[in-house]
Design a protein. Structure first.
Length: 244
């Protein structure tokens, strides 16, 4: 009898009761965004090919073929849909590099990212890590569409994300393992769900009063947990294989 330990992971969306709809511009925006991301040559040809074949947007939510994360952005206009596609590619670039970085490197990378976002019209220094320029390009396109309120919230939530990425690098290199409560706490930010949700606001001018409503805050918190938990369950084997 084998002593191998087997984990049976649930499918959180198996009994999802509401109908899904995909953004009608997704296929067009996905192609444009993929070409945009490839232009930076942030990965080796082998890694880029694996990424393209894997269809990152689909794999995050374990959706059927021809579906994508953009069931989360079904009502956005074409330019908003493109921002969503570019965001997923940007996060892939950041994660692939920061997941194998030591503390100092991860800190430097995230500083490059946030500086590029806060100063998108400033050319990036020659020889800088490529993630800075990817971020700058992403944000230059995004601010052509996003309202000022959406921009403000995106930068705030993206800062929380990059801070959490650095903290994960520190704990990973220290071989620190959090308890369940602590894991929930950091993944709510390090998974990048919050900035991804703010993309739904790019065409809107929502006041803080709306988003601070107790019901809206509770629904947002539940949505964040559903998304990062589903992501981590579906990527469990990949993460184990990468020893992350």
């Amino acid at each position: 009898m084998s002593n191998e330990v087997v984990f049976h992971l649930p499918d959180p969306l198996r009994n999802w009761p509401w109908p899904r709809s995909i953004n009608p511009f997704y296929e067009e925006c996905k192609t444009e965004s993929q070409e945009w991301c490839e232009s930076f040559k942030a990965f080796s040809p082998k890694a880029q090919k694996a990424f393209n074949l894997g269809n990152f947007e689909q794999q995050i939510n374990r959706l059927p073929k021809d579906c994508s994360l953009h069931i989360g952005y079904p009502l956005l206009k074409k330019d908003g849909c493109r921002i969503g596609c570019d965001f997923m590619n940007l996060v892939f670039v950041i994660d692939e590099h920061s997941d194998v970085a030591d503390n100092e490197t991860a800190q430097f990378q995230m500083e490059c990212v946030m500086d590029a976002m806060r100063n998108p019209y400033k050319p990036r220094p020659k020889g800088e890590w490529i993630g800075g320029e990817v971020t700058r390009s992403f944000w230059l396109n995004a601010i052509r569409t996003a309202t000022l309120t959406a921009q403000k919230r995106f930068i705030h939530t993206f800062q929380l994300y990059t801070d959490a990425v650095v903290q994960e690098a520190i704990e990973r290199n220290a071989h620190h393992i959090r308890d369940i409560e602590g894991y929930f706490e950091i993944r709510r930010n390090s998974c990048g769900v919050m900035p991804s949700l703010t993309i739904n606001e790019v065409h809107l001018n929502l006041s803080d009063t709306v988003l601070e409503d107790p019901v809206v805050k509770e629904l947002t918190a539940l949505c964040v947990d559903i998304l990062w938990l589903t992501n981590d369950i579906n990527s469990y084997n990949v993460e184990c294989g990468c020893i992350l």
